[in-house]
Design a protein around this ligand. Sequence first.
Ligand code: XLS
Ligand code: NI
Ligand code: NI
Length: 436
Amino acid sequence: MAYFPDVTKIEFEGPSTDNPLAFRHYNPDEIVEGKSMRDQLRFSVCYWHTFRASGVDPFGAPTMQRPWEDGTDSVDNALRRVDVAFEFMEKLQAPFYCFHDRDVSPEGSTLAESNSNLDKIAAKLKAEQERTGIDLLWGTANLFSNPRFMHGAATTCNADVFAFAAAQVKKALEVTHELGGLNYVFWGGREGYHNLFNTDMKRELDHMARFLHLAKDHAKSIGFEGQFLLEPKPKEPTKHQYDFDAAACMNFIRSYGLEDVCKLNVETNHATLAGHTMMHELQYSSMQGALGSIDANTGDMMLGWDTDQFPTDIYLTTQCMLVILEQGGLTPGGVNFDAKVRRESFEPIDLFHAHIGGMDAFARGLKIAAKIRADGKLTDIVKNRYRSWDEGIGAKIEAGEVNFADLEAYMLKKGEAAPNESGRQEFLENLINDYI
Ligand code: XLS
Ligand code: NI
Ligand code: NI
C-alpha cells in the first residue's frame, strides 16, 4: 500500500526543471571535494516533526491531514506509521533518520508496558532499515513531554524522576544500539529552571553530570560505541536552559570530565535564540574538536522562538558548509532536518516540498562553499590578516618565549605599534556574494 501514491522517487533533474518534486541541486552521486553529495551531507529526516507533528499550537487545534492516522495512540497505529515513514524517506532518498523513543512508539501506563511497545516498533524499524538501507543517525529519549518531567529529568528535584529518566535512557540506548544508531543525542528538554528561589543550581548540574556518566557506563556495558551529542539551547521550555550554547556545553563537559564522551549537535534555531549566528556556534564547536552533527532548520527573526522552519537561505547553508568542509565533514554525524512544515501547510505533499527545499538549499551551500575554498581568496585574506604572528615578536609570543618585561622592552625600543590595516569587511561580504 502506498501512502504517498502521487509521488515517485525524487530524482535530480537539475536547476532548469519545473518539476516541484525533483532535486534542482542535490545530486546524490555528484562528487564535491572528493566525496559524493550523499556522503558530504548525510541528510536525516526527523520522526517527531515529520511524522508526529499535528499542527497544534497554543491557540488552535491540529490541522495536519494524515490519512494513515486512525486517531489512536495504539501500537497498531505506530506500526503503520513506520511504513509511512520508510516510504517517505525512500522516495526522498534520505539516507538517515532520527527519533525519540516516544515519537516512534506509544507510552504505556507503566514503564514495562512502554518498553514492550518500543520493542515491537523497534523490530519493525529494524526490518525496514534492512529492507531500504536507511540508517539511524541518532536515537534519543523524550524526557520532557510527560508531566512527570515538569521539574526536569536529570536535573529534577525528585530523585524518583531521575531514576525514571535513567531507566528510559537505558532502554533508548539499547534500542539505538540494536538499530545500529551512529549517535545518541541528549537535548536537555526541561533541564534548566525558571526561578532561583526554588532551585539548587549546583546540585542540579552535578546531577546532570552524574546522569551522563551513568549513560556512558551503560553504553559501554552494552557495547554501544555511538557518539554522545549534547544539543545546546538557551531557553524553551525553561527560562534558563543549562545547555545554553556551545560554550556553556563545553564548560559543562570539561568541568565534569566528559570530554572523551560528548560532542555537540548544533541547531540553527537554538543558535539564534542564544544570540549567536549558526556559523559562530559551528565554528566554536569545531575548533574545540566537538562539532558532531547538526540540526538543520531556521528560526524567524521576527518571531523569536524555536519555530523550527526548513532551511531555505543559501547564505546560511553556505556558512554551515564552510565550517563543515573545513573540519572534513560530520561523519558519524549528519544534517538532520529538525524542522516542521507550518500548520497551514497541512497536506502530506507539503512534507516533500519542505524536505526537497532543505536538501537543495544545503546542496547549493555545499557547492558554493567548495567553490570559495577552491578559490582560496578568503583563506588567504584571513591568513594574511594575522601575518604579524608568523614571525618576529608575534611568533615569539605564540611560542611562549617572551614575558611582559620583554614586551615592554620591545615596545620601548620601537616607540609605537605598527599601523593597523583595514579589516575589509565590506570587500569580503561582496566577495562572498560573487560566489553565490
Ligand atoms: C528541541 C530540540 C529537539 C532535539 C531532540 O528544541 O531541537 O527536537 O533535537 O530532542
Ligand atoms: Ni534539535
Ligand atoms: Ni529545536
